[in-house]
Design a protein around this ligand. Structure first.
Ligand SMILES: *[C@@H]1O[C@H](CO)[C@@H](O)[C@H](O)[C@H]1NC(C)=O
Ligand SMILES: *[C@@H]1O[C@H](CO)[C@@H](O)[C@H](O)[C@H]1NC(C)=O
Length: 544
Protein backbone atom coordinates (compact mmCIF):
# COMPACT_ATOMS: atom_id res chain seq x y z
CA UNK A 1 0.00 0.00 0.00
CA UNK A 2 1.36 3.47 -0.85
CA UNK A 3 2.57 5.30 2.21
CA UNK A 4 -0.02 8.13 1.97
CA UNK A 5 -2.91 5.72 1.70
CA UNK A 6 -1.72 3.69 4.66
CA UNK A 7 -1.42 6.87 6.74
CA UNK A 8 -4.91 7.92 5.71
CA UNK A 9 -6.23 4.49 6.61
CA UNK A 10 -4.45 4.57 9.95
CA UNK A 11 -5.99 7.96 10.67
CA UNK A 12 -9.42 6.71 9.67
CA UNK A 13 -9.11 3.66 11.93
CA UNK A 14 -8.01 5.89 14.80
CA UNK A 15 -10.92 8.30 14.30
CA UNK A 16 -13.40 5.45 14.09
CA UNK A 17 -11.99 3.93 17.26
CA UNK A 18 -12.25 7.29 19.02
CA UNK A 19 -15.86 7.74 17.93
CA UNK A 20 -16.72 4.27 19.24
CA UNK A 21 -15.01 5.03 22.54
CA UNK A 22 -16.86 8.30 22.92
CA UNK A 23 -20.16 6.53 22.60
CA UNK A 24 -19.00 3.67 24.78
CA UNK A 25 -20.40 1.53 22.00
CA UNK A 26 -17.88 -1.27 22.37
CA UNK A 27 -18.49 -1.61 26.10
CA UNK A 28 -21.20 -3.94 27.42
CA UNK A 29 -24.55 -2.66 28.65
CA UNK A 30 -26.12 -3.64 31.97
CA UNK A 31 -29.79 -2.83 32.48
CA UNK A 32 -31.53 -2.42 35.82
CA UNK A 33 -35.07 -1.48 36.78
CA UNK A 34 -35.30 -0.26 40.34
CA UNK A 35 -38.67 0.18 42.00
CA UNK A 36 -38.37 2.46 45.02
CA UNK A 37 -40.99 2.00 47.73
CA UNK A 38 -41.56 2.37 51.43
CA UNK A 39 -41.66 -0.92 53.27
CA UNK A 40 -41.28 -2.40 56.73
CA UNK A 41 -37.78 -3.16 57.97
CA UNK A 42 -36.68 -4.18 61.45
CA UNK A 43 -32.92 -3.91 61.75
CA UNK A 44 -33.17 -3.36 65.52
CA UNK A 45 -36.07 -5.70 66.24
CA UNK A 46 -38.78 -3.04 65.98
CA UNK A 47 -40.65 -2.41 62.74
CA UNK A 48 -39.74 0.86 61.03
CA UNK A 49 -40.58 2.34 57.65
CA UNK A 50 -37.61 1.88 55.34
CA UNK A 51 -36.91 2.94 51.77
CA UNK A 52 -36.53 -0.20 49.69
CA UNK A 53 -35.26 -0.79 46.18
CA UNK A 54 -36.93 -3.80 44.57
CA UNK A 55 -38.03 -4.76 48.08
CA UNK A 56 -34.46 -4.78 49.42
CA UNK A 57 -32.78 -2.93 52.29
CA UNK A 58 -29.97 -2.06 51.65
CA UNK A 59 -30.63 -1.73 47.94
CA UNK A 60 -29.33 -4.22 45.33
CA UNK A 61 -25.58 -4.42 44.89
CA UNK A 62 -24.26 -3.53 41.45
CA UNK A 63 -21.24 -5.57 40.36
CA UNK A 64 -19.86 -4.36 37.07
CA UNK A 65 -16.65 -4.04 35.08
CA UNK A 66 -14.71 -0.89 34.20
CA UNK A 67 -16.40 1.06 31.37
CA UNK A 68 -19.62 -0.97 31.43
CA UNK A 69 -22.60 1.13 30.45
CA UNK A 70 -25.03 1.14 33.38
CA UNK A 71 -28.64 1.84 32.47
CA UNK A 72 -30.63 2.19 35.69
CA UNK A 73 -34.32 3.00 35.40
CA UNK A 74 -35.38 4.31 38.82
CA UNK A 75 -39.13 4.24 39.40
CA UNK A 76 -40.16 6.44 42.32
CA UNK A 77 -43.12 4.93 44.15
CA UNK A 78 -42.61 7.08 47.26
CA UNK A 79 -44.92 9.98 48.03
CA UNK A 80 -42.01 12.45 47.78
CA UNK A 81 -39.56 13.46 45.02
CA UNK A 82 -36.52 11.16 45.04
CA UNK A 83 -33.03 11.11 43.55
CA UNK A 84 -30.02 8.76 43.69
CA UNK A 85 -26.38 9.80 43.45
CA UNK A 86 -23.46 7.47 42.61
CA UNK A 87 -20.84 8.17 45.24
CA UNK A 88 -17.37 8.26 43.71
CA UNK A 89 -18.42 7.42 40.15
CA UNK A 90 -16.80 10.27 38.26
CA UNK A 91 -19.41 10.65 35.52
CA UNK A 92 -16.78 11.82 33.07
CA UNK A 93 -18.11 14.71 30.93
CA UNK A 94 -21.49 13.77 32.26
CA UNK A 95 -22.58 15.65 35.39
CA UNK A 96 -26.07 15.19 33.89
CA UNK A 97 -26.12 11.76 35.57
CA UNK A 98 -24.74 12.78 38.93
CA UNK A 99 -28.13 12.69 40.64
CA UNK A 100 -27.84 15.58 43.07
CA UNK A 101 -30.26 18.50 43.45
CA UNK A 102 -27.89 20.84 41.58
CA UNK A 103 -27.72 18.65 38.48
CA UNK A 104 -30.99 16.73 38.23
CA UNK A 105 -34.65 17.39 38.88
CA UNK A 106 -35.83 15.00 41.56
CA UNK A 107 -37.98 12.19 40.17
CA UNK A 108 -41.60 13.09 41.05
CA UNK A 109 -43.74 10.52 42.90
CA UNK A 110 -45.06 7.98 40.43
CA UNK A 111 -42.50 8.92 37.76
CA UNK A 112 -39.20 7.38 36.65
CA UNK A 113 -35.83 8.46 35.35
CA UNK A 114 -33.28 6.30 33.56
CA UNK A 115 -29.68 7.02 34.49
CA UNK A 116 -27.16 6.17 31.76
CA UNK A 117 -23.51 6.27 32.70
CA UNK A 118 -20.16 4.49 32.57
CA UNK A 119 -17.76 3.76 35.40
CA UNK A 120 -15.13 5.11 33.05
CA UNK A 121 -11.55 4.03 33.85
CA UNK A 122 -12.47 3.27 37.46
CA UNK A 123 -11.88 0.10 39.48
CA UNK A 124 -12.94 -0.24 43.09
CA UNK A 125 -15.46 0.06 45.87
CA UNK A 126 -18.23 2.64 45.52
CA UNK A 127 -21.76 3.23 46.81
CA UNK A 128 -24.99 4.94 45.83
CA UNK A 129 -27.50 6.64 48.04
CA UNK A 130 -30.55 8.94 47.96
CA UNK A 131 -29.37 12.55 47.74
CA UNK A 132 -32.42 14.62 48.69
CA UNK A 133 -34.85 15.04 51.58
CA UNK A 134 -32.79 13.04 54.09
CA UNK A 135 -34.12 9.83 52.47
CA UNK A 136 -30.73 8.30 53.10
CA UNK A 137 -31.66 7.96 56.78
CA UNK A 138 -34.32 5.42 55.78
CA UNK A 139 -32.36 3.33 53.25
CA UNK A 140 -32.16 3.47 49.47
CA UNK A 141 -28.39 3.07 49.59
CA UNK A 142 -26.29 0.22 48.28
CA UNK A 143 -22.92 -0.97 47.01
CA UNK A 144 -21.45 -0.45 43.55
CA UNK A 145 -18.36 -2.57 42.92
CA UNK A 146 -16.37 -2.00 39.74
CA UNK A 147 -14.07 -4.87 38.76
CA UNK A 148 -11.09 -4.70 36.44
CA UNK A 149 -11.25 -5.94 32.89
CA UNK A 150 -9.42 -9.26 32.44
CA UNK A 151 -6.51 -7.60 30.60
CA UNK A 152 -5.85 -5.12 33.40
CA UNK A 153 -4.06 -6.52 36.44
CA UNK A 154 -4.69 -5.15 39.94
CA UNK A 155 -1.70 -5.07 42.28
CA UNK A 156 -2.67 -8.06 44.43
CA UNK A 157 -3.31 -11.74 43.75
CA UNK A 158 -6.95 -12.65 43.06
CA UNK A 159 -8.61 -13.14 46.46
CA UNK A 160 -10.48 -16.37 47.23
CA UNK A 161 -13.62 -14.25 47.60
CA UNK A 162 -14.81 -10.77 48.26
CA UNK A 163 -17.22 -9.40 50.81
CA UNK A 164 -19.01 -6.06 50.66
CA UNK A 165 -19.85 -4.43 54.00
CA UNK A 166 -21.95 -1.27 54.20
CA UNK A 167 -21.47 0.11 57.69
CA UNK A 168 -23.42 3.06 59.00
CA UNK A 169 -25.02 4.73 61.98
CA UNK A 170 -28.76 4.23 62.26
CA UNK A 171 -31.78 5.93 63.84
CA UNK A 172 -35.02 4.41 65.04
CA UNK A 173 -36.71 7.66 64.00
CA UNK A 174 -37.84 7.89 60.38
CA UNK A 175 -36.34 10.29 57.85
CA UNK A 176 -39.38 12.57 58.08
CA UNK A 177 -39.01 12.85 61.85
CA UNK A 178 -35.27 13.53 61.56
CA UNK A 179 -36.06 16.16 58.94
CA UNK A 180 -38.49 17.84 61.35
CA UNK A 181 -35.79 17.82 64.01
CA UNK A 182 -33.32 19.60 61.73
CA UNK A 183 -35.96 21.97 60.32
CA UNK A 184 -36.99 22.96 63.84
CA UNK A 185 -33.44 24.05 64.64
CA UNK A 186 -32.44 21.09 66.82
CA UNK A 187 -29.36 18.94 66.12
CA UNK A 188 -29.76 15.27 65.25
CA UNK A 189 -29.57 13.09 68.34
CA UNK A 190 -26.77 10.55 68.77
CA UNK A 191 -27.66 7.56 66.55
CA UNK A 192 -29.36 4.50 68.06
CA UNK A 193 -27.17 1.84 66.50
CA UNK A 194 -24.51 0.90 64.02
CA UNK A 195 -25.56 -1.46 61.21
CA UNK A 196 -23.64 -3.72 58.84
CA UNK A 197 -25.54 -4.35 55.62
CA UNK A 198 -28.73 -3.23 57.31
CA UNK A 199 -28.36 -5.56 60.31
CA UNK A 200 -26.74 -5.27 63.74
CA UNK A 201 -24.39 -8.11 62.80
CA UNK A 202 -22.96 -10.01 59.82
CA UNK A 203 -21.17 -13.31 59.28
CA UNK A 204 -18.47 -13.92 56.70
CA UNK A 205 -17.37 -17.47 55.92
CA UNK A 206 -13.95 -18.39 54.58
CA UNK A 207 -11.44 -21.22 54.45
CA UNK A 208 -8.34 -21.37 56.60
CA UNK A 209 -5.22 -20.38 54.70
CA UNK A 210 -7.00 -18.34 52.06
CA UNK A 211 -7.12 -14.58 51.54
CA UNK A 212 -10.30 -12.54 51.11
CA UNK A 213 -10.99 -8.98 50.04
CA UNK A 214 -13.23 -7.01 52.42
CA UNK A 215 -14.82 -3.85 51.07
CA UNK A 216 -16.00 -1.49 53.81
CA UNK A 217 -17.97 1.68 53.06
CA UNK A 218 -19.33 4.13 55.62
CA UNK A 219 -22.91 4.74 54.45
CA UNK A 220 -24.02 6.41 57.69
CA UNK A 221 -25.50 9.84 58.26
CA UNK A 222 -22.80 11.48 60.31
CA UNK A 223 -20.57 9.15 62.34
CA UNK A 224 -17.02 7.99 61.65
CA UNK A 225 -16.29 4.32 62.31
CA UNK A 226 -13.36 2.06 63.07
CA UNK A 227 -13.27 -1.51 61.68
CA UNK A 228 -11.20 -4.42 62.95
CA UNK A 229 -11.08 -8.23 62.95
CA UNK A 230 -10.02 -10.15 66.04
CA UNK A 231 -6.62 -11.79 65.65
CA UNK A 232 -6.22 -10.73 62.01
CA UNK A 233 -4.43 -7.94 60.25
CA UNK A 234 -5.88 -5.82 57.47
CA UNK A 235 -3.74 -5.25 54.39
CA UNK A 236 -4.92 -2.12 52.61
CA UNK A 237 -5.63 -2.84 48.94
CA UNK A 238 -7.84 -0.08 47.53
CA UNK A 239 -9.05 3.36 48.60
CA UNK A 240 -12.00 4.76 46.63
CA UNK A 241 -10.80 3.46 43.30
CA UNK A 242 -7.06 3.96 43.70
CA UNK A 243 -4.36 1.54 44.74
CA UNK A 244 -2.38 2.47 47.83
CA UNK A 245 0.85 1.10 49.18
CA UNK A 246 -0.26 -2.15 50.83
CA UNK A 247 0.40 -1.36 54.48
CA UNK A 248 -0.85 -3.66 57.20
CA UNK A 249 -3.13 -2.32 59.95
CA UNK A 250 -4.79 -3.64 63.13
CA UNK A 251 -7.84 -1.52 62.42
CA UNK A 252 -8.98 1.12 59.95
CA UNK A 253 -10.92 4.34 60.39
CA UNK A 254 -13.56 4.93 57.73
CA UNK A 255 -15.26 8.30 57.76
CA UNK A 256 -18.70 9.13 56.41
CA UNK A 257 -18.86 8.70 52.64
CA UNK A 258 -15.52 6.88 52.42
CA UNK A 259 -14.67 3.36 51.21
CA UNK A 260 -11.65 1.11 51.69
CA UNK A 261 -10.90 -2.44 50.62
CA UNK A 262 -8.36 -4.64 52.38
CA UNK A 263 -7.09 -8.19 52.29
CA UNK A 264 -7.53 -10.52 55.24
CA UNK A 265 -5.66 -13.83 55.29
CA UNK A 266 -7.28 -16.54 57.39
CA UNK A 267 -3.97 -17.53 58.99
CA UNK A 268 -5.21 -18.33 62.51
CA UNK A 269 -6.46 -21.57 64.13
CA UNK A 270 -9.92 -22.42 62.73
CA UNK A 271 -12.39 -20.63 65.00
CA UNK A 272 -14.99 -17.86 64.88
CA UNK A 273 -13.44 -14.40 65.20
CA UNK A 274 -15.19 -11.18 66.08
CA UNK A 275 -15.44 -8.55 63.37
CA UNK A 276 -16.09 -5.23 65.06
CA UNK A 277 -17.22 -1.84 63.80
CA UNK A 278 -17.46 0.96 66.37
CA UNK A 279 -18.26 4.64 66.24
CA UNK A 280 -15.38 7.13 66.47
CA UNK A 281 -15.07 10.66 67.80
CA UNK A 282 -18.14 10.20 69.96
CA UNK A 283 -19.37 13.01 72.21
CA UNK A 284 -17.36 12.81 75.44
CA UNK A 285 -20.27 11.59 77.60
CA UNK A 286 -21.46 8.86 75.20
CA UNK A 287 -19.89 5.45 74.82
CA UNK A 288 -19.27 4.17 71.29
CA UNK A 289 -21.86 2.15 69.42
CA UNK A 290 -20.60 -1.17 68.13
CA UNK A 291 -21.75 -3.72 65.60
CA UNK A 292 -20.14 -7.10 66.14
CA UNK A 293 -20.08 -9.61 63.31
CA UNK A 294 -18.29 -12.91 62.84
CA UNK A 295 -15.47 -14.07 60.63
CA UNK A 296 -16.28 -17.78 60.55
CA UNK A 297 -13.61 -20.27 59.41
CA UNK A 298 -15.48 -22.97 57.49
CA UNK A 299 -13.81 -25.63 59.65
CA UNK A 300 -14.40 -23.78 62.96
CA UNK A 301 -16.04 -25.51 65.89
CA UNK A 302 -15.52 -22.87 68.58
CA UNK A 303 -15.36 -19.17 69.25
CA UNK A 304 -12.03 -17.42 69.65
CA UNK A 305 -11.58 -16.86 73.38
CA UNK A 306 -9.91 -13.46 73.47
CA UNK A 307 -11.81 -10.33 74.41
CA UNK A 308 -13.15 -8.29 71.50
CA UNK A 309 -10.38 -6.34 69.81
CA UNK A 310 -10.22 -2.86 71.29
CA UNK A 311 -10.59 0.23 69.14
CA UNK A 312 -8.02 3.01 68.90
CA UNK A 313 -7.86 5.76 71.55
CA UNK A 314 -11.07 7.79 71.58
CA UNK A 315 -11.19 11.57 71.20
CA UNK A 316 -7.70 11.77 69.83
CA UNK A 317 -7.14 12.98 66.33
CA UNK A 318 -3.47 12.02 66.45
CA UNK A 319 -3.87 8.26 65.99
CA UNK A 320 -6.36 8.63 63.17
CA UNK A 321 -4.38 11.38 61.47
CA UNK A 322 -1.20 9.33 61.54
CA UNK A 323 -3.06 6.46 59.94
CA UNK A 324 -4.43 8.80 57.27
CA UNK A 325 -0.94 10.10 56.53
CA UNK A 326 0.32 6.52 56.15
CA UNK A 327 -2.08 5.99 53.23
CA UNK A 328 0.21 6.41 50.22
CA UNK A 329 -0.51 6.10 46.57
CA UNK A 330 1.35 3.14 44.99
CA UNK A 331 3.16 4.94 42.19
CA UNK A 332 4.12 1.73 40.42
CA UNK A 333 0.75 -0.01 40.50
CA UNK A 334 -0.95 -0.30 37.13
CA UNK A 335 -4.72 -0.20 36.69
CA UNK A 336 -7.00 2.78 36.84
CA UNK A 337 -5.43 6.09 37.78
CA UNK A 338 -7.06 9.18 39.20
CA UNK A 339 -6.07 11.10 36.14
CA UNK A 340 -5.75 8.95 33.02
CA UNK A 341 -4.21 11.89 31.12
CA UNK A 342 -1.34 11.31 33.46
CA UNK A 343 -0.23 14.03 35.86
CA UNK A 344 1.60 11.57 38.07
CA UNK A 345 3.99 14.28 39.18
CA UNK A 346 1.12 16.23 40.66
CA UNK A 347 3.46 17.80 43.23
CA UNK A 348 5.31 19.75 40.57
CA UNK A 349 2.26 21.34 38.95
CA UNK A 350 1.68 25.01 39.71
CA UNK A 351 -1.71 25.61 41.34
CA UNK A 352 -3.84 28.28 39.68
CA UNK A 353 -5.74 29.21 42.83
CA UNK A 354 -6.46 28.33 46.42
CA UNK A 355 -9.88 28.01 47.99
CA UNK A 356 -9.96 27.99 51.79
CA UNK A 357 -13.41 26.76 52.74
CA UNK A 358 -14.30 27.22 56.39
CA UNK A 359 -17.47 25.53 57.55
CA UNK A 360 -19.37 26.73 60.56
CA UNK A 361 -22.64 26.37 62.38
CA UNK A 362 -24.53 29.61 61.84
CA UNK A 363 -27.90 31.18 62.45
CA UNK A 364 -29.15 32.18 59.02
CA UNK A 365 -32.45 34.06 58.70
CA UNK A 366 -33.36 32.95 62.21
CA UNK A 367 -32.66 29.27 61.54
CA UNK A 368 -29.85 27.03 62.73
CA UNK A 369 -27.87 26.04 59.65
CA UNK A 370 -24.34 25.39 58.37
CA UNK A 371 -22.39 27.77 56.16
CA UNK A 372 -19.23 27.70 54.03
CA UNK A 373 -17.31 30.98 54.22
CA UNK A 374 -20.52 32.55 55.48
CA UNK A 375 -22.83 31.26 52.74
CA UNK A 376 -25.42 28.59 53.57
CA UNK A 377 -26.52 26.74 50.44
CA UNK A 378 -30.22 26.88 49.64
CA UNK A 379 -31.41 24.36 47.02
CA UNK A 380 -32.85 26.41 44.13
CA UNK A 381 -36.21 25.71 42.46
CA UNK A 382 -34.36 24.57 39.31
CA UNK A 383 -31.14 22.52 39.19
CA UNK A 384 -28.07 24.68 38.59
CA UNK A 385 -27.05 22.51 35.65
CA UNK A 386 -30.34 23.28 33.90
CA UNK A 387 -30.19 27.00 34.75
CA UNK A 388 -26.70 27.10 33.24
CA UNK A 389 -27.65 25.00 30.20
CA UNK A 390 -30.62 27.25 29.32
CA UNK A 391 -28.94 30.51 30.39
CA UNK A 392 -31.70 31.24 32.88
CA UNK A 393 -30.44 34.28 34.79
CA UNK A 394 -30.81 35.60 38.31
CA UNK A 395 -30.78 32.37 40.31
CA UNK A 396 -27.16 31.23 40.38
CA UNK A 397 -24.89 33.51 42.37
CA UNK A 398 -21.67 33.15 40.39
CA UNK A 399 -18.53 33.21 42.52
CA UNK A 400 -20.40 34.59 45.52
CA UNK A 401 -18.55 32.45 48.05
CA UNK A 402 -15.39 34.29 49.05
CA UNK A 403 -12.26 32.31 48.20
CA UNK A 404 -11.20 32.64 51.85
CA UNK A 405 -13.29 33.21 54.96
CA UNK A 406 -13.85 36.97 55.27
CA UNK A 407 -15.82 37.15 58.48
CA UNK A 408 -18.97 38.31 56.68
CA UNK A 409 -22.35 37.76 58.35
CA UNK A 410 -23.82 34.35 57.49
CA UNK A 411 -26.44 34.46 54.75
CA UNK A 412 -28.40 32.05 52.55
CA UNK A 413 -27.27 31.72 48.94
CA UNK A 414 -26.95 29.58 45.82
CA UNK A 415 -23.25 29.89 45.04
CA UNK A 416 -21.41 28.35 42.11
CA UNK A 417 -17.64 28.79 41.82
CA UNK A 418 -16.52 29.15 38.21
CA UNK A 419 -13.31 27.32 37.34
CA UNK A 420 -11.62 26.68 34.03
CA UNK A 421 -11.25 23.22 32.56
CA UNK A 422 -7.70 21.93 33.33
CA UNK A 423 -7.06 24.32 36.19
CA UNK A 424 -5.03 22.76 38.99
CA UNK A 425 -6.45 23.90 42.30
CA UNK A 426 -5.65 23.73 46.00
CA UNK A 427 -8.63 23.45 48.33
CA UNK A 428 -8.30 23.67 52.10
CA UNK A 429 -11.20 22.49 54.24
CA UNK A 430 -11.14 24.33 57.54
CA UNK A 431 -13.06 22.81 60.43
CA UNK A 432 -13.96 25.47 62.99
CA UNK A 433 -15.90 23.14 65.29
CA UNK A 434 -15.18 20.37 67.71
CA UNK A 435 -16.88 17.76 65.48
CA UNK A 436 -15.38 15.29 63.04
CA UNK A 437 -16.36 16.06 59.46
CA UNK A 438 -15.83 14.77 55.96
CA UNK A 439 -16.03 16.55 52.60
CA UNK A 440 -16.79 14.99 49.24
CA UNK A 441 -16.29 16.25 45.68
CA UNK A 442 -18.35 14.79 42.85
CA UNK A 443 -16.75 14.20 39.45
CA UNK A 444 -13.20 13.82 40.75
CA UNK A 445 -10.51 12.16 42.76
CA UNK A 446 -8.14 14.50 44.51
CA UNK A 447 -4.79 14.14 46.26
CA UNK A 448 -4.97 14.62 50.02
CA UNK A 449 -1.67 16.37 50.65
CA UNK A 450 -2.06 17.36 54.29
CA UNK A 451 -4.06 17.01 57.50
CA UNK A 452 -3.87 19.14 60.63
CA UNK A 453 -5.55 19.38 64.01
CA UNK A 454 -3.86 22.62 64.97
CA UNK A 455 -6.66 25.12 64.36
CA UNK A 456 -6.29 27.53 61.51
CA UNK A 457 -4.51 26.47 58.30
CA UNK A 458 -1.75 28.84 57.18
CA UNK A 459 0.36 28.90 54.04
CA UNK A 460 3.28 27.56 56.07
CA UNK A 461 1.49 24.20 56.15
CA UNK A 462 2.45 23.78 52.49
CA UNK A 463 6.00 23.03 53.57
CA UNK A 464 4.74 19.75 55.01
CA UNK A 465 2.47 18.68 52.16
CA UNK A 466 3.01 15.24 50.68
CA UNK A 467 3.81 16.20 47.08
CA UNK A 468 5.09 12.77 46.04
CA UNK A 469 2.71 9.93 46.81
CA UNK A 470 -0.37 11.33 48.56
CA UNK A 471 -3.47 9.14 48.55
CA UNK A 472 -6.02 10.02 45.89
CA UNK A 473 -9.67 9.70 46.91
CA UNK A 474 -13.07 11.39 46.61
CA UNK A 475 -13.92 11.99 50.27
CA UNK A 476 -11.62 13.42 52.93
CA UNK A 477 -12.04 13.66 56.66
CA UNK A 478 -11.38 16.95 58.43
CA UNK A 479 -10.38 16.64 62.08
CA UNK A 480 -12.07 18.64 64.86
CA UNK A 481 -10.69 22.20 64.87
CA UNK A 482 -8.34 21.09 62.11
CA UNK A 483 -7.97 21.23 58.36
CA UNK A 484 -7.34 19.02 55.34
CA UNK A 485 -5.69 20.18 52.13
CA UNK A 486 -6.29 18.69 48.69
CA UNK A 487 -4.98 19.25 45.17
CA UNK A 488 -7.30 18.58 42.29
CA UNK A 489 -6.78 18.55 38.54
CA UNK A 490 -9.98 19.92 37.00
CA UNK A 491 -10.11 17.70 33.94
CA UNK A 492 -13.82 16.89 34.05
CA UNK A 493 -16.13 19.55 32.69
CA UNK A 494 -19.49 19.92 34.39
CA UNK A 495 -21.42 21.17 37.40
CA UNK A 496 -20.02 19.40 40.46
CA UNK A 497 -21.25 19.24 44.04
CA UNK A 498 -18.69 19.93 46.77
CA UNK A 499 -20.38 18.98 50.01
CA UNK A 500 -20.19 17.84 53.55
CA UNK A 501 -20.60 14.07 53.60
CA UNK A 502 -22.13 14.48 57.08
CA UNK A 503 -25.72 14.43 56.01
CA UNK A 504 -27.20 16.79 58.61
CA UNK A 505 -24.63 19.40 57.65
CA UNK A 506 -25.23 18.91 53.92
CA UNK A 507 -29.01 19.13 54.45
CA UNK A 508 -28.61 22.42 56.34
CA UNK A 509 -26.43 24.14 53.77
CA UNK A 510 -22.80 22.95 54.02
CA UNK A 511 -22.32 22.52 50.29
CA UNK A 512 -21.73 24.45 47.10
CA UNK A 513 -21.11 23.75 43.42
CA UNK A 514 -18.10 24.07 41.16
CA UNK A 515 -18.70 24.74 37.50
CA UNK A 516 -15.73 23.47 35.50
CA UNK A 517 -15.99 24.89 32.02
CA UNK A 518 -14.30 26.08 28.87
CA UNK A 519 -15.65 28.35 26.16
CA UNK A 520 -14.78 25.75 23.54
CA UNK A 521 -17.97 23.74 23.08
CA UNK A 522 -17.24 20.14 22.20
CA UNK A 523 -18.67 16.72 22.93
CA UNK A 524 -15.14 15.66 23.73
CA UNK A 525 -15.36 17.99 26.74
CA UNK A 526 -18.93 17.41 27.85
CA UNK A 527 -22.02 15.58 26.69
CA UNK A 528 -25.16 17.52 25.94
CA UNK A 529 -28.36 17.27 27.94
CA UNK A 530 -29.84 13.75 27.83
CA UNK A 531 -33.03 13.47 25.84
CA UNK A 532 -34.81 11.96 28.83
CA UNK A 533 -33.70 14.62 31.35
CA UNK A 534 -36.56 15.62 33.62
CA UNK A 535 -37.19 19.35 33.24
CA UNK A 536 -38.62 21.14 36.27
CA UNK A 537 -38.95 24.60 37.77
CA UNK A 538 -37.90 27.37 35.39
CA UNK A 539 -36.75 24.78 32.83
CA UNK A 540 -40.12 22.98 32.65
CA UNK A 541 -41.35 22.61 29.09
CA UNK A 542 -38.13 23.78 27.41
CA UNK A 543 -36.81 21.68 24.48
CA UNK A 544 -34.09 19.12 25.22
C1 LIG B 1 -39.36 5.59 32.22
O1 LIG B 1 -39.38 4.21 31.91
C2 LIG B 1 -39.72 3.91 30.55
C3 LIG B 1 -39.74 2.41 30.41
O2 LIG B 1 -40.59 1.82 31.34
C4 LIG B 1 -38.71 4.51 29.62
O3 LIG B 1 -39.09 4.28 28.29
C5 LIG B 1 -38.59 6.00 29.87
O4 LIG B 1 -37.55 6.52 29.09
C6 LIG B 1 -38.30 6.27 31.34
N1 LIG B 1 -38.33 7.70 31.58
C7 LIG B 1 -37.22 8.42 31.79
C8 LIG B 1 -37.45 9.87 32.02
O5 LIG B 1 -36.09 7.96 31.80
C1 LIG C 1 2.72 -1.46 44.19
O1 LIG C 1 2.24 -2.11 43.04
C2 LIG C 1 3.18 -2.98 42.45
C3 LIG C 1 2.70 -3.36 41.07
O2 LIG C 1 1.51 -4.08 41.07
C4 LIG C 1 3.37 -4.15 43.39
O3 LIG C 1 4.25 -5.09 42.83
C5 LIG C 1 3.96 -3.61 44.70
O4 LIG C 1 4.07 -4.65 45.64
C6 LIG C 1 3.10 -2.49 45.27
N1 LIG C 1 3.87 -1.85 46.30
C7 LIG C 1 3.47 -1.73 47.57
C8 LIG C 1 4.47 -1.12 48.49
O5 LIG C 1 2.36 -2.03 47.98
Amino acid sequence: MPRMASLALARWVLLAAMAARLAGADDPYRYFTWIVTYGPINPLGAIQQGILINGQFPGPRIDCVTNDNLIVNVVNNLDEPFLITWNGIKQRKNSWQDGVAGTNCPIPPGANYTYKFQAKDQIGTFTYFPSVALHRAAGGFGALNVYQRPAIPVPYPPPAGDFTLLVGDWYLAGHDQLRQTLDSGAPLPFPDALLINGMPSATLVGDQGRTYLLRVSNVGMKTSINFRVQGHSLKLAEVEGTHPVQNVYDSLDVHVGQSVAFLVTLDQPPMDYAMVASTRFNPADISPLTAVGTLHYSSATSMAPDPLPAGPPEQESEWSMNQARSFRWNLTASAARPNPQGSFHYGTIQTSRTLVLASSAAVVAGQRRYAVNGVSFVVPDTPLKLLDNYNIANVIEWDSVPERPDGGAPRPGTPVVRLNLHEFVEVVFQNTENEMQSWHLDGYDFWVVGYGDNGQWTENERLNYNLVDAQARHTVQVYPNGWSAILVSLDNQGMWNLRSANWDRQYLGQQLYLRVWTAEQSFSNEYSIPTNAILCGRAAGLPH
